[in-house]
Design a protein around this ligand. Structure first.
Ligand SMILES: NC(=O)c1ccc[n+]([C@@H]2O[C@H](COP(=O)([O-])OP(=O)(O)OC[C@H]3O[C@@H](n4cnc5c(N)ncnc54)[C@H](OP(=O)(O)O)[C@@H]3O)[C@@H](O)[C@H]2O)c1
Length: 294
């Protein structure tokens, strides 16, 4: 019987992986890495019978202690982009030192691996972490996650239905948006079955959509006509910053929009479907839930 530890278990993805694991294996075989064991999310995990272990990606020793006796580690990429690679180095080295048998890492789907990528800042630490894992001697499974479908409402802003405009500079780019919970469900299958050592998997949807199609789906769901407008990147940046959106977000959104326009996420795979035994959630299914007319 394998003992599985899920990192990021107090966050959206990790918590969802834990929930899917609970349907597949005994709670006594699941551990969760938490930064603060008294945090409400950590207490929720404990209430489900999941053991919590305290550790921080910035604290190597805490990770070595937390990873002792773990067979499979589900390693959720960190959210602190500036310091992420150093944190990931700590996780990989601690896994090695603690004798973890397999590391399943949540990486990122991409095409352009050079610094010309509009999202090089995000991609760089994923690429370096993948290389580190491959060189570590650990058994690894790299999950190349599609862009989260769950991010769409954030990209479009909360006025999209009210204003009747989906304003985002992604042009005609097609994107393989993938639901975070579907990736969690697929990960639970990987963690509870064998044959995934030293594999790299494309965890993307089976279809791509453009932002024109997204606007049409929001129109259908909301009952209000929504038109897609793709401004020039400079205009987009100016509009968002004048509206008081912090520059950090403006730059990130503009970078992702440009990546979408360049087809960076225009790739499909039926691998997730084979794992979860059904088609992954489509963008129109997701949007019909988010923007349902009242
Ligand atoms: N593919 C995509 O489109 C996409 C989009 C967004 C994010 N991501 C990536 O996917 C990851 C998971 O997404 P999510 O929605 O689940 O994010 P989330 O809800 O923000 O969860 C992040 C988790 O990581 C934990 N964490 C952060 N810093 C840590 C540290 N220094 N040491 C230990 N744990 C730490 C957090 O713990 P606390 O609860 O203690 O804060 C939380 O459990 C993100 O971190 C990011 O790398 C991908």
């Amino acid at each position: 019987m394998n003992r599985i530890l899920v990192t990021g278990a107090t966050g959206n993805l990790g918590a969802s992986v834990v929930d899917f694991l609970l349907n597949k294996t005994n709670s006594t075989l699941i551990s969760a890495l938490v930064r603060d064991p008294q945090n409400a999310k950590a207490l929720e995990l404990k209430a489900k019978g999941v053991e919590t272990r305290t550790g921080d990606y910035n604290d190597f020793t805490s990770l070595v202690n937390a990873f002792k006796g773990i067979d499979k580690l589900y390693f959720v990429s960190g959210s602190d982009i500036q310091n992420r690679y150093k944190q990931h180095e700590n996780v990989v080295k601690a896994a090695k030192e603690a004798g973890v048998k397999q590391v399943v890492y949540t990486s990122f789907s991409r095409k352009n691996e050079t610094e010309t990528s509009p999202i090089a800042m995000v991609a760089d630490s994923h690429i370096r972490t993948e290389n580190l894992l491959k060189a570590s001697g650990l058994n690894y499974t790299i999950l190349k996650h599609g862009i989260y479908m769950d991010m769409l409402p954030l990209f479009l802003g909360d006025q999209v239905v009210k204003s009747g405009v989906a304003y985002f500079p992604a042009g005609d780019g097609k994107v393989s948006f993938t639901l975070r919970n579907d990736m969690a469900e697929a990960a639970a299958v990987i963690l509870t079955t064998e044959g995934h050592a030293n594999k790299i998997y494309d965890m993307t949807n089976t279809q791509t959509v453009s932002f024109s199609e997204i606007a049409a789906a929001i129109s259908n769901a909301s009952g209000t006509a929504v038109t897609y407008v793709s401004p020039a990147p400079e205009e987009y940046i100016q509009t968002l910053s004048s509206a008081g959106v912090p520059m950090e977000y403006v730059g990130m959104f503009a970078g992702f929009a440009e990546a979408f326009k360049q087809g960076e996420f225009d790739q499909v795979s039926d691998f997730m479907e084979s794992l979860i035994g059904r088609k992954p959630t489509s963008v129109s299914q997701f949007l019909s839930q988010v923007y349902t007319r009242n």
